[in-house]
Design a protein around this ligand. Structure first.
Ligand code: URP
Ligand code: ZN
Ligand code: ZN
Length: 463
């Protein structure tokens, strides 16, 4: 199938040009002015539209066991919702069970995605145990295209690993070229604060945020970067939420260290007051790290502007309010941690970033697509509009008005963190490897068409 996208403005991380895009089968074959239409080509008119690389969400949790329940979107519903919002690739997380092999986890997550994913997907591996053959397992995973590992400095007795394990994992990447992603919060300190709060009868959702202070995040970010520096390898901080943590990343980068970090729309746009909503609705905003006081938001935008933060992902980890969040009605520690967002990332960052004059159009593409592709070993196959790249393309209507709501979203969750937010700018047509999967609010893709992305080691964080 040949497709010509005509009359649009092609926007990449580095340029904005009126140009046509010719797609042959699954790849882009030409980009340039006034390309002729080959006989039989399908024509897409993109007049008045931007043509951008498909979004890449490098942090999602689909069909994930957590907090005694499962995240509400599986690979079918989650990737379908992602596509509606202009995201054409995700990197989700497989979880190594303690005392088990990483290959078992990889097989489990492949089975979850196989036959269901509507867009291409990669996998990070969450490391819970490096005893026995864990380090060899890491090399094995890299050979399978799992070129990044997440380690937790929080959730003692569940997911947290000690500093020795973190340091061993970091050091191993010097050999295998993977990237360590850190959930950076001092879990041991936080657990003491939580125990005190519960003993004082403080059980409401707001205490989730009040027991996880920004300094506990900053301390862990500092420690993670220090360990990476000693090991002589890059490190990537996931879901960075606070000014305190950001300052640690900035300080490291100013010293020339390969420290990288992502933030998420919720930290840029929502604040701690959400957890005080009446009727237990604050539980809708319980995720980790927690929302911070408003003053942190402009600091995070500043971090994106100055490249102290390189990526915006969602940490999409939905739990329904009615039957999942409610598990913590009498004890905030039992509220499943996570929030939905896979569908709204581009809309929110475009509207509150580009429309608000905080970031340029090119920076928007860079932080939502090109940099995640580079850092996580998918570039230039993904995250670029150039001959040879996969034809993952979004025809972006800069004037489309849209009100975000659980009534109309496609995520399988009964609330929206951004309910009632009015945005201007939305995906009109979405192509994944040359196939139109969303057009004017209609889903045209098929579950199972998404392919596993075997990612390369020594991606952009290593350069
Ligand atoms: O609360 C969160 N963020 N849930 C998902 C798991 C994680 O730590 O990323
Ligand atoms: Zn995390
Ligand atoms: Zn996460």
């Amino acid at each position: 199938m040949t497709t010509l996208i005509r009359n649009g403005t092609v926007v990449t991380a580095s340029s904005t040009n009126p140009a046509d895009v010719l797609v042959e089968d699954e790849r882009i074959s030409q980009v340039g002015p006034a390309l002729g239409a080959p006989a039989g080509a399908r024509i897409i008119d993109a007049a008045g539209m931007y043509v951008i690389p498909g979004g890449i969400d490098a942090h999602t949790h689909l069909d994930m066991p957590f907090g005694g329940t499962m995240s509400a979107d599986d690979f079918e519903t989650g990737t379908r919702a992602a596509a509606f919002g202009g995201t054409t690739s995700i990197v989700d997380f497989a979880i190594q069970g303690r005392g088990t092999r990483m290959r078992d986890a990889l097989d489990t997550w492949w089975k979850k995605a196989d036959g269901r994913s509507c867009i291409d997907y990669g996998l990070h591996m969450i490391v819970t145990d490096l005893a026995n053959s864990g380090l060899e397992d890491m090399d094995d995973m890299v050979d399978e295209g799992v070129a990044s590992f997440k380690l937790f400095m929080a959730y003692p007795n569940v997911l947290m690993v000690d500093d020795a394990t973190i340091f061993k994992a970091l050091s191993r990447t010097a050999k295998n070229g993977a990237l360590i992603c850190m959930h950076a919060e001092n879990g041991s300190v936080i657990d003491v604060i939580i125990a005190k709060a519960l003993a004082e009868g403080k059980t409401a959702p707001i205490y989730h945020a009040l027991t996880r202070p920004p300094r506990a995040e900053a301390e862990a970010v500092h420690r993670a970067i220090a360990m990476a520096e000693i090991a002589g390898v890059p490190v990537y901080i996931v879901h960075l939420s606070s000014e305190d943590a950001l300052n640690q990343v900035r300080e490291a980068r100013d010293r020339g260290l390969p420290a990288f970090a992502e933030t998420c729309p919720q930290y840029l746009l929502l604040s701690i007051e959400e957890l005080e909503r009446p009727n237990f609705e604050g539980a809708k905003y319980v995720f980790t790290p927690p929302l911070r006081p408003k003053e942190h938001q402009p600091k995070l935008w500043d971090g994106l502007q100055h490249d102290d933060l390189q990526v915006v992902s969602t940490d999409h980890c939905p739990f329904c309010f009615a039957d999942q969040k409610i598990l913590g009605k009498d004890d905030f520690t039992k509220i499943p941690n996570g929030g939905p967002g896979i569908e709204n990332r581009l809309q929110l960052i475009y509207h509150y970033g580009v429309n608000a004059g905080k970031i340029s159009l090119n920076r928007f593409v860079e932080i939502t697509s090109t940099t995640p592709a580079r850092i996580f070993g998918m570039y230039p196959r993904k995250g670029e509009i150039a001959p040879g790249s996969d034809a993952d393309l979004v025809i972006w209507d800069p004037d489309a008005r849209y009100t975000i709501s659980a009534q109309t979203h496609h995520m399988r969750v009964d609330y929206s963190m951004f309910e009632g937010f009015e945005v201007r700018g939305n995906a009109r047509t979405v192509l994944s490897r040359g196939e139109i999967i969303v057009d004017n609010g209609q889903f045209l893709g098929k579950p199972g068409r998404g392919r596993y992305l075997k990612r390369a080691a020594r991606g952009g964080a290593w350069k």
